[in-house]
Write a protein that binds this ligand. Structure first.
Ligand code: NAP
Length: 286
């Protein structure tokens, strides 16, 4: 498995996104545990989660608990696995996603995530999404305090624009290690944040890299050049998409979501795919 870095921590170049195992359409728990175990067997050492990956209001942190259970029941070494969680988004149970970026709430959310993950400090804690009712500086100030107190080992942000990335970097005193934004063949407007992360040496974690749970199956038919390159290199359009992202910068670490062992195995294998400069240029234009 190829290795990349988040802060000083080495992680696999492709991570596992936990969301499909906990929101609408999620599989039985045994299949989810098998998926997480398959990721670990394939050398994946970054698992992305959030307290908001659940359905009912009474099961906040479903995905965090699932990951903690899968790690505890894995019979290999999990000491190098980085679990990256997030706070600041909520799901009241009616299918919607709401936000709360107040310092008081973020502290409570972090404490709850610590308990569910069963750790003394969270490896990477990400502020999930800016809350327009709370000054961004205040939300990031709360993340800085959690870092200073040792409740989290590293701090990241998500759904941030270039100005917010610079603000967070300043408030965290240069300790911002990751930015998680949407980026896929269908959604490329985060290219400016990706470039800024490359310039600043901050990890960039594309979310919904395959177009999202509902659209991932149709990736090759919607984006024909990805299917064409896939035929040329004897891979799948999904693997080509991940390889294309990885080629953009060494700071890129995609986190494809999976709910089946086969899909995460296939995603992990994409790190070994080599695309030519001509193929990459064609995909950039697609
Ligand atoms: N920060 C944020 O605001 C935010 C928002 C959305 C998502 N995320 C994070 O980003 C992760 C990824 O996003 P996502 O799950 O929404 O969408 P995605 O990764 O674009 O697509 C997920 C779907 O792709 C399928 N898939 C995965 N690998 C594949 C492969 N190699 N070949 C074919 N199909 C494959 C999976 O199918 P199966 O289910 O059949 O395995 C899964 O349902 C999430 O899990 C979550 O951790 C963050």
């Amino acid at each position: 498995m190829q290795i990349r870095q988040i802060g000083d921590t080495k992680v696999s170049a492709v991570g596992l996104g936990g969301m499909p195992m906990s929101i609408e359409g999620r599989p039985e728990e045994t299949r989810s545990i098998a998926t997480i175990h398959a990721a670990l067997e394939a050398g994946v050492t970054l698992i992305d989660t959030a307290d908001a990956y659940h359905i009912g209001a009474d099961e906040v942190g479903h995905n965090e608990s699932l990951i903690a259970k899968a790690l505890a029941s894995y019979d290999g070494d999990t000491s190098s696995v980085l679990v990256a969680t997030k706070g600041g988004h909520l799901r009241p149970g009616d299918g919607s996603w709401t936000r709360n970026g107040s310092p008081k709430y973020l502290r409570q959310a972090c404490e709850a995530s610590l308990n569910r993950l069963g750790v003394e400090a969270i490896g990477l804690y990400q502020f999930h999404r800016p809350d327009p009712t709370v000054p961004y500086e205040d939300s990031i100030g709360a993340i800085r305090d959690l870092l200073d107190e040792g409740k989290i080992q590293m701090a990241g942000i998500s759904n941030a624009d270039p100005e917010q990335i610079r603000t967070a970097q300043q408030i965290l005193g240069g300790r911002l290690v990751s930015v998680q934004n949407q980026f896929s063949p269908a959604f490329r407007s985060s290219e400016s944040e990706l470039r800024l992360c490359d310039e600043l040496g901050i990890a960039f974690l594309p979310w919904s890299p395959l177009g999202g749970i509902k659209n991932a199956a149709g990736l090759g038919s919607t984006y024909q050049p990805f299917a064409q390159v896939a035929r040329e290199v004897d891979a799948t359009p999904h693997q080509v998409t991940l390889a294309w992202m990885l080629a953009k910068s060494p700071v890129v670490i995609p986190i494809p979501g999976s709910s089946r062992p086969e899909t995460i195995r296939s995603s992990a294998a994409a790190v070994d795919l080599h695309l030519t400069a001509e193929q990459i240029a064609r995909l950039d234009r697609a």
